[in-house]
Design a binder for this molecule. Sequence first.
Ligand SMILES: *[C@@H]1O[C@H](CO)[C@@H](O)[C@H](O)[C@H]1NC(C)=O
Ligand SMILES: *[C@@H]1O[C@H](CO)[C@@H](O)[C@H](O)[C@H]1NC(C)=O
Ligand SMILES: *[C@@H]1O[C@H](CO)[C@@H](O)[C@H](O)[C@H]1NC(C)=O
Ligand SMILES: *[C@@H]1O[C@H](CO)[C@@H](O)[C@H](O)[C@H]1NC(C)=O
Ligand SMILES: *[C@@H]1O[C@H](CO)[C@@H](O)[C@H](O)[C@H]1NC(C)=O
Ligand SMILES: *[C@@H]1O[C@H](CO)[C@@H](O)[C@H](O)[C@H]1NC(C)=O
Length: 496
Amino acid sequence: MARLSNFFLTFASLLLAGRSTAKYIVPGGRWHDTDGKLISAHAGCVTVEEATGKFWLFGEYKTEGQTEGGGVSVYSSDDLATWESHGLALAPVQGHAYIAPSNIIQRPKVVYSKASNEYHMWWHADNSTYGLLLQGFARSPNISGPYRFVNATAPMGNWSQDFGIFTDYKDGRSYSLYSNGDRKEGRDVYIASYNNDTTGLEKVIHRFDKYDLEAPGIIQTEKSYYALMSHKTGYRPNNVVAFRADSLAGPWSQPFTVAPLNTRTFSSQSGFNLRIKGSKKTTWLYLGDQWDSNSLWESRYIWLPVDIDEQKKSLSLVWNDVYDLNIKTGEWAAVEGKSYYAATNAKTSGGAFKQEASFASHGVIATGIYGNDSTVTFEGIEGTGQPQWVSFYYQNTDDMGYGDQPGGSPDRIGGTWQLRRIASVVVNGDTSELETLFQRDTNKGVILSTPLLLTLEKGRKNTITVGGLFNGFDYKGADLDRIVVYPPEKSSRRAR
Ligand SMILES: *[C@@H]1O[C@H](CO)[C@@H](O)[C@H](O)[C@H]1NC(C)=O
Ligand SMILES: *[C@@H]1O[C@H](CO)[C@@H](O)[C@H](O)[C@H]1NC(C)=O
Ligand SMILES: *[C@@H]1O[C@H](CO)[C@@H](O)[C@H](O)[C@H]1NC(C)=O
Ligand SMILES: *[C@@H]1O[C@H](CO)[C@@H](O)[C@H](O)[C@H]1NC(C)=O
Ligand SMILES: *[C@@H]1O[C@H](CO)[C@@H](O)[C@H](O)[C@H]1NC(C)=O
Ligand SMILES: *[C@@H]1O[C@H](CO)[C@@H](O)[C@H](O)[C@H]1NC(C)=O
């Protein structure tokens, strides 16, 4: 009998392992590493270690006291969802001309150099006032570092601001991608080839002339190259565009948007792209940043699968609250959640109320969420007793506009731009476990979502109450359309 149940247990876990090798990827959630710390690797890249197939995430390391010059952090993962920290790959050095804590060390990228059998890191190296506009270079025999600083140089004499790297999978050649700054003589984006050791640049392959874009990255398919870039609106998201070409030298197409208009690319900025060539399918991931200028160190990651139509020569990001990516087969699937609507599953208190909204689910949205006495409570929510991702679908009409940009204006006279509203989220009335939900500006009639990891009681009797917290401006929460409750992660590695 004991043997039999052991057999069944083993069999069951094999089945589970086969069905889901990965933990879920949750764009916009608070991502923690295996030590339980917030993952801090912004505007970076994921480099695949050939020998092991391991993924290495590099990015700008930011903490509350230090949002620039914190060096480059590195994490490793087997599934792109569980990340182990390896500390700093490039640590800042006091008094250094280019990597002191007072320097800008942005958009780091790491590639393997076959010629030297080393890993080479490149980034946007600058002083704190962006007066140098250089490309930094450091190297290490070990992918996790420590990386040894080599130099910071001007790419063929030009300025270099937002920086990216692309490696062509067909011949292994790497290319430097950089915008040459905001000056009138700049405002271009360059593709320049590296020498075969990736220690310096060889020549300019293409210049995207005067589009005034930044945050470049390239997606390569069997037939095409798609260059993705964002507009320049600081830390506020905007409509990321892509250009397509048969060859890196062009001719390149007109730019086109990659996400539904007015979503500001699901509140994200481009930066890097990852190709996963699985046994069944090739999947491309867009690795974007959801900057939070109010608390830069808390900026989130928007990683999304990319849908490419080679016939139509188009590309678009596919929004998923929660998805399951199998890095072995390359397949991914949206995880199905259960929806609870403001219209039918919620009650309001105080000044909160339900209002007709033609664009909302069942034509109704809950609004007037203010402080903790004007709240919306979703009822009858089924839980499992384990942590579960819950996505809050909201509309935030603060009209971010571009009010603090020259020539720009918010959508309201004298409007004050706010990045976000903050809502309080309380499960089953337990205010000692209050969660904070950041709700970015969405535009009128545009409903986007932000996930939180919540633990609901087992059964169907849970309530989730949403109120308004102070965001430095007022106590408003955004308007709510619905919440979607996702099943717990069925990681094959989770201890049972
Ligand atoms: C790199 O390029 C040099 C000169 O073009 C060539 O001699 C060498 O074989 C190349 N090395 C590799 C590893 O491709
Ligand atoms: C940054 O470099 C530029 C160009 O050398 C210089 O004009 C500027 O003063 C520097 N900024 C700081 C903070 O050192
Ligand atoms: C390389 O990095 C790994 C992981 O951080 C570490 O265990 C190993 O000791 C490092 N090797 C060297 C030679 O630094
Ligand atoms: C670093 O780069 C500068 C050019 O930007 C060059 O003059 C200098 O010689 C380089 N230093 C080293 C150690 O290679
Ligand atoms: C950089 O390139 C632009 C054209 O893309 C040119 O007008 C400008 O003078 C260059 N700047 C430097 C410092 O070489
Ligand atoms: C309600 O909000 C007020 C001010 O916004 C705060 O002082 C108070 O602690 C909150 N009460 C609860 C139960 O959250």
